[in-house]
Design a protein around this ligand. Sequence first.
Ligand SMILES: [Zn+2]
Ligand SMILES: [Zn+2]
Ligand SMILES: [Zn+2]
Ligand SMILES: [Zn+2]
Length: 203
Amino acid sequence: MPGFETNRFVNLEVIDGLIDELRCSICMNIYETAVQTCCGHNFCYGCLKQWIQSNGDRKECPECRQLLSSRKRSNSDNNNTIIISSDVVVDKNSKLNAIIGKLKIRCDYEWNGCSLVMALESLSAHLKECPHRLCPTCCLNVGPSREQHNCIDQLKNEMNNWRNRFLETEQKLKEMLVENNELNRQVMSLQNRVKPYIKNRVI
Ligand SMILES: [Zn+2]
Ligand SMILES: [Zn+2]
Ligand SMILES: [Zn+2]
Ligand SMILES: [Zn+2]
């Protein structure tokens, strides 16, 4: 899903009231590469593309339903245009993208320990270098230097870790089973001892 979730930004409340201006009506997130249709509505590039692709022949604005396919931009020769499909061309909303580019966002790998906060426009450069990033091939931590990362070694390591954890857990379960049997035995012997006393009682 395109768009940046609002909770990834820091201090977004300082532009309260403006947030809705920066929100895509398809994904409800902050625009990711905002584009503007001929009817003046803004969407994430990815959101509009998905919408156009999933609507078959009827290529209309998700907001006002105006047909987009028949209206090629008159100024399509400027380098600000972006092609959505063969017959739908929109403009990049540079103003909007510039404002959003300055917003402070948390790293994608915050969940993996990266505490860095940066302007959105610097995010993609950081993600290539983030020490907390994951390898796209093996999905394991890349670590500080990519050169030292070897997918096969990492996977072997990971496999060994899991095998050890499995063996540990198996051992714990065995111990719990023994403990449980011992408890059962004690309860039985206790029941046998009290049996004569409760034999004639109606419960
Ligand atoms: Zn969107
Ligand atoms: Zn529209
Ligand atoms: Zn990071
Ligand atoms: Zn890898």
